[in-house]
Design a protein around this ligand. Structure first.
Ligand SMILES: Nc1nc2c(c(=O)[nH]1)N[C@H]1C(S)=C(S)[C@@H](COP(=O)(O)OP(=O)(O)OC[C@H]3O[C@@H](n4cnc5c(=O)[nH]c(N)nc54)[C@H](O)[C@@H]3O)O[C@H]1N2
Ligand SMILES: Nc1nc2c(c(=O)[nH]1)N[C@H]1C(S)=C(S)[C@@H](COP(=O)(O)OP(=O)(O)OC[C@H]3O[C@@H](n4cnc5c(=O)[nH]c(N)nc54)[C@H](O)[C@@H]3O)O[C@H]1N2
Ligand code: SF4
Ligand SMILES: [Mo]
Length: 761
């Protein structure tokens, strides 16, 4: 038989690249190439995708469930969960069970299709996800502006003539909330067609180097900068709002912007007033312009305001929902009929700090409080799915100290890592080659309408549950019913069909759901049938006969195995807008109120040194450091700082430096560089490996330290509860010179990244 080929989407980041895999007889991945026939990625591939085989075949990946560290059969593992979970619920009630859902679940079929069933079945208010360490400010912003928190405009990269990009470094991250394989190539193309790219970042990143212009901005001051741009557009009559655009709040916004002139914000942001004014003119003059902000604008104390003002600028310059501007993708699996309803946050509040719920979840920045603080509703059990909050949450070191106090920790995760070493029951999902792929969550952010489904390249071994099955089983266990996972799928299918037939505007309006049910691809898994249903009901769908040439799962899988291009982004504000008023709410009262805080910050004395993060191309949050091919080079956990600050503090290249914040201390090797602006230091996140009880042998050889031992869980964006990782005040103390021994590897126990964990092992 020999080797064979298979095609799938890379599951590792938001770029959604198509991969061509070579597999050996045993189903191991022996080669990976970019899939040149993929219409979106056209053969593009980064070093992570290229080493998917090593990740897939990682010998440290778990094969069997562990109950208290002992490998057991799957039924036994689920029985252990059932026993212990029902005990916790019986003793303390449902709110005592928390769930944390991490980043890889946004890249899977299992997370989006089964995660909400698990949350619902748990019936707890203690729902946490990586979203409140990431993009929640954008959701809150879009929820208020457009009515739908998931209606996030993306820059129409391939047609824009001017891109103002803040807090994003797609040359390392490969893009986020903007799925665009070969992001760098697309940026170069903007310049090649005579357009302009401007990057705003406290570091001169690789992305900034590729741009026409880079502006250093002081961390956490983007909202000031953006408000000054708004100010200038109003003051100099540069706005061009399309006639008939349904808009509320223009006058309220104008009144607020008055207080933020370029001269007023320049000293705070570090961007000169005349530059701010010029950028406003350029934005207004460009035929097609898009403003795009990403994680640097979200994970900071003014995250929601900054996210809001990004789209305010798109609206005021007439670039929202217009080719070449900022547009709403139209994913093939999302039905377009929707109801108007007011978007709200704070429908409930966290028990200890009173932080508002957003999109049904609470801020991960308060997870530790809810575990630690006694009283009714205290968390006693935690389920993690594809997350590593010990390394990824603000003050994750505190979580690491608290997890051993829980009665039960259940983790769905392929690795024994810093978080899952605390799990009483660890349920490993199968490897990527054995997993189907469709980007339920991320296709909503692609720069072209596009869809791709990849069936598993390798069948699951007998008795091994898919991740969809694992999460569904946990949901049935949490519900405490005798229902099977098939019952759960059937319930979702019939509920969705029931809604579709009742929705005017749906292609199946008025039809019989039982008849429609019969049409879904029989013979394939229920998960595939659910995807089939979604595609058929979607905007490019076959509509259960309404458009015989439209999409079905079988057609996508069998006729378009490299993916299907559904065209450039199309104006569709009318489909998207679902505020209670039916108009864009340009100046939501909650945001207007928060601008008082923004104004107050104009007069606050700046901290001497603040911490920000950085992403590294050959890494992915906390979990790719175990791939040998990706290690080394610049992919190390160093402390970058400006040479002027280094000189002032007696720090040289290679000096071991103690970095101290309100919450803790870590030690890292200094790497002075003028790519970082004065007053700013940068440490990457996701490091701090090698702790006792973990199994990631490669990662442990050069473990680095966890920046989230010194980020602050009290430092948040109040409107979204999102963690403010950027702008954390720190002090530096040089410890040892460059050439002293043992500098090249800072051992985890020598650093204080996780003080308790070295003790607890
Ligand atoms: N290689 C790699 N790729 C990844 C990941 C990874 O860990 N490694 N993670 C994935 C995930 S989960 C996400 S969410 C995306 C994120 O994707 P991006 O948003 O592109 O993430 P970063 O590369 O961290 O870029 C953020 C930039 O913001 C800057 N910054 C920090 N503070 C501020 C500030 O206050 N204002 C401004 N304007 N800029 C600031 C930082 O210097 C940094 O250059 O990347 C994804 N892709
Ligand atoms: N200081 C600082 N902290 C940050 C950030 C920052 O920029 N600076 N970025 C934040 C951002 S944007 C994010 S998204 C979060 C990420 O936060 P998390 O999602 O908590 O962290 P990850 O490191 O992505 O952890 C992913 C986990 O999923 C597991 N995993 C991998 N594949 C699968 C799979 O197929 N199924 C399952 N069930 N599990 C799998 C991995 O083993 C790992 O344990 O971190 C945040 N933390
Ligand atoms: S850019 Fe992202 S999706 Fe593309 S190969 Fe790299 S990790 Fe995979
Ligand atoms: Mo993220």
């Amino acid at each position: 038989m020999g080797s064979r080929r298979a095609w799938r989407t890379c599951p590792l980041c938001e770029a959604l690249c198509g991969l061509e895999l070579t597999l050996d007889e045993a189903g191991g991945i022996t080669g990976v190439r970019g899939d040149r026939d993929d219409p979106l990625s056209a053969g593009f591939l980064c070093p992570k995708g290229a080493t998917l085989g090593a990740l897939d075949g990682d010998p440290d990946r778990l094969d069997a469930p562990l109950v208290r560290g002992v490998p057991v059969g799957w039924d036994e593992a689920f029985e252990a969960v059932r026993d212990e979970l029902s005990g916790v619920i019986a003793r303390y009630g449902r709110d005592a069970v928390a769930i944390y859902i991490g980043n890889p679940t946004a890249h899977s079929v299992a997370g989006p299709l089964y995660g909400s069933a698990l949350i619902k079945a748990l019936g707890t208010r203690n729902v946490y996800t990586a979203s409140t360490a990431d993009q929640m400010p954008k959701h809150v912003s879009c929820g208020h502006l457009f009515g739908d928190p998931l209606a996030v405009p993306v820059p129409d990269l391939d047609r824009t003539g001017y891109l103002l990009m803040l807090g994003a470094n797609p040359l390392e991250s490969n893009g986020s909330l903007c799925s665009a394989p070969d992001f760098g190539g697309r940026l170069k193309a903007i310049r090649a067609r005579g357009g302009r790219v401007v990057v705003v970042d406290p570091r001169r990143t690789r992305t900034a180097s590729l741009a026409d212009e880079h502006l250093f901005v002081r961390p956490g001051t983007d909202a000031h900068l953006l408000m000054a741009l708004v100010h200038t557009l109003f003051a100099e009559e540069l706005t061009s709002i399309p006639e008939g655009l349904p808009l509320n709040g223009l006058d309220e916004l104008r009144a607020i912007a008055v207080g933020f002139s370029p001269e007023r914000v320049a000293p705070v942001t570090g961007v000169p007033a005349e530059v701010i004014r010029r950028i406003a003119h350029e934005l207004a003059a460009a035929e097609h312009a898009a403003v795009y902000g990403r994680i640097g604008t979200c994970t900071q104390e003014f995250g929601t305001l900054a996210s809001w003002l990004v789209d305010v600028l798109n609206i005021l310059t007439g670039n929202l929902d217009r080719p070449g501007g900022a547009m709403f993708p139209r994913p093939a699996h999302l039905a377009v009929y929707r109801k108007r309803r007011p978007f709200t946050t704070g429908r409930w509040r966290s028990r200890v700090r009173g932080l508002p719920e957003t999109m049904g979840e609470l801020p991960v920045a308060t997870l530790a409080d809810e575990i630690e603080t006694p009283g009714e509703g205290q968390i006693r059990a935690l389920i993690t799915v594809g997350g590593n909050p010990v390394l990824s949450a603000p003050d994750g070191a505190r979580l690491d100290r608290l997890l051993p106090s829980l009665d039960l920790v259940v983790s769905v995760d392929p690795y024994l890592n810093e978080t899952t070493r605390h799990a009483h029951v660890l349920l490993p999902p199968p490897r990527p080659a054995q997993t189907p792929h469709y980007d339920v969550a991320l296709l909503a952010f692609a720069v072209r309408d596009y869809a791709r489904y990849s069936p598993p390249a390798v069948p699951l071994p007998d008795g091994r549950p898919a991740e969809t099955e694992i999460i569904a089983r946990l949901a049935t266990i949490a519900a405490g019913t005798d229902a099977s996972t098939a019952d759960l799928d059937e319930l979702v299918i019939m509920t969705t069909l029931g809604r579709a037939v009742a929705a005017p505007g749906s292609p199946v309006y008025g039809r019989d759901p039982v008849e429609l049910r019969k049409e879904l691809a029989s013979g394939s898994s229920l998960t595939e049938q659910r995807l089939d249903m979604m595609l058929r009901l979607g905007p490019y769908g076959e509509g259960f006969g309404a458009d015989p040439s439209g999409l079905t799962l079988a057609r996508l899988r069998d006729e378009h195995r490299h993916g299907i291009d559904l065209g450039p982004l199309k104006p569709r504000l009318d489909e998207v807008l679902c505020t209670a008023s039916g108009r864009i709410e340009l100046c939501p009262p909650a945001f207007a109120a928060d601008t008082d805080r923004l104004a107050a910050a104009l007069d606050a004395p700046p901290a001497d040194l603040v911490l920000i993060g950085r992403r590294q191309l050959r890494s992915n949050n906390s979990w790719l450091h175990n791939v040998p091919q990706l290690r080394g080079g610049s992919n190390t956990c160093t402390l970058q700082l400006n040479p002027a600050d280094a000189d002032r503090l007696g720090i040289a290249e290679g000096t071991l430096v103690r970095v101290t914040s309100r919450t803790g201390t870590v030690e890292a090797v200094a790497a002075p560089t003028d790519t970082v602006m004065p007053g700013v230091v940068s440490l990457p996140h996701g490091w701090g490996h090698g702790l006792p009880g973990t199994r990631a042998r490669v990662a442990a050889t050069d473990p680095g330290v966890s920046v989230n031992a010194i980020t602050d869980d009290q430092f948040i964006d109040p409107l979204s509860g999102n963690a403010a990782f950027n702008g954390v005040p720190v002090t530096l103390t040089p410890l040892r010179a460059a050439d002293s021994p043992s500098l090249s590897s800072v051992s985890p126990s020598a650093s204080s990244a996780s003080p308790s964990s070295s003790a607890s092992g």
